[in-house]
Each structure stands twice: as C-alpha cells, then as structure tokens.
Design a protein around this ligand. Structure first.
Ligand SMILES: Cc1cc2nc3c(=O)[nH]c(=O)nc-3n(C[C@H](O)[C@H](O)[C@H](O)COP(=O)(O)OP(=O)(O)OC[C@H]3O[C@@H](n4cnc5c(N)ncnc54)[C@H](O)[C@@H]3O)c2cc1C
Length: 148
C-alpha cells in the first residue's frame, strides 16, 4: 500500500480489493557460490540444485530446461556416462553461472535505494539504446544445443 497506492489506475482499486491474508510473502534464496562441478561420479546436478539464481532475469526454469535438453542429448550420443556428464558440465556450468551472475547484478540494480542512486540508474536505463539492451538480452535468450 505504502509503495503503490499513488500509482495510476487501476492499481489503487486492485490493492483495496486484495484480501491481505491472500498475499504470499516468501524469501528468495540463490546459490552462491555455485558448485565448482555439476557432476560427481554418477551424480549430476540440474536446475536449481546446480544454479539456483535470483528471479531478476526470469531464467531459472529456462536454464533448467537447457540443462535437461543438453543432458538428454549427450547421454543419447555418448555410450559412456562419464563422457556425457563431463561434456554436460563443460557445456552448462559457464553459461548458467554467467546468467546467474547477470541476474544477481540486475537485481542489485533494480533494488537500489536512495534518490541519487535511483535517479542515476533511471537516467542510464532510459539513455541506453534499445539495440544494446536487445543485444544483451539475445545473449541470454538465444541458446543452441551443444554439438555432441
Ligand atoms: C519469484 C520467482 C519467479 C521466478 N520467475 C521465473 C521466470 O519468469 N522464468 C524462469 O525461467 N524461472 C523463474 N523462476 C525460477 C524457477 O521457478 C526455478 O528456477 C525452477 O522452478 C527450477 O526448477 P527445478 O526443477 O530445478 O527445481 P524445482 O522447481 O524446485 O523442483 C524441485 C522439485 O523437487 C521436489 N523435491 C525436493 N526435495 C525432494 C525429495 N527429497 N524427494 C522428492 N522430491 C523432492 C520439490 O518438491 C520440487 O517439486 C522464478 C523463481 C521465483 C522464486
């Protein structure tokens, strides 16, 4: 209420119509540092178990899906599990770690407080050309399955 009641219509009506007991509040956890390996013998980490990240880029489940697709493809194309899981670790860990760290940075930026810091952030965000933002986003959103 304190933060959003002065926002444009219909936000105030929505807030007034919301039953306070129906509001969920959960702490958000992320893994830091990430494991130095996703694989240990026959144990293979995927998804949040490997790289739970902050939700600021909306990529946690996306990365879990990429993990699963990569692992399936590598297991199908390699006769031995050791090679498949080593390839999985080499392929997934750098990308998932990079995206987790981008998400964390974006969260930190989004949650800045203080008039000066937020004004500077907002000015930089508005001034950043869309093609630069889109290029950054492409690096996150575009994914190609690794070669076996
Ligand atoms: C607020 C918020 C917003 C998000 N928004 C996005 C988004 O927009 N886009 C996106 O891609 N991601 C988003 N995510 C992240 C996404 O929800 C997670 O990254 C994703 O669910 C991870 O999938 P997972 O299968 O690894 O783990 P989980 O979804 O946590 O699944 C693990 C499962 O294992 C079960 N389990 C646990 N222990 C045991 C046990 N001992 N035995 C059997 N079962 C067990 C659990 O009950 C659970 O069902 C968001 C997360 C949060 C918190």
């Amino acid at each position: 209420m304190r933060r959003f009641i002065t926002w444009h219509d219909p936000i105030a009506q929505i807030l007034h119509a919301t039953d306070p007991t129906s509001v969920l509040r959960h702490d958000v956890y992320h893994l830091r540092p990430h494991p130095s390996r996703y694989v240990n013998g026959r144990l293979v980490l995927l998804g949040d178990a490997a790289h739970a990240m902050t939700p600021d880029l909306g990529q946690g489940a996306c990365q879990a899906l990429e993990d699963a697709a990569t692992l399936q493809m590598l297991i199908e194309s390699h006769a031995d599990l050791a090679t498949a899981s080593a390839r999985y670790d080499a392929s997934r860990r750098p990308r998932a770690s990079l995206i987790a760290s981008r998400s964390r940075q974006l969260g930190r930026l989004g949650q800045l407080s203080g008039a000066r810091a937020t004004a500077l952030r907002n000015r930089i965000m508005y001034a950043t050309p869309a093609r630069i933002t889109n290029r950054q986003l492409d690096r996150t959103l575009i994914w190609h399955a690794p070669s076996p």
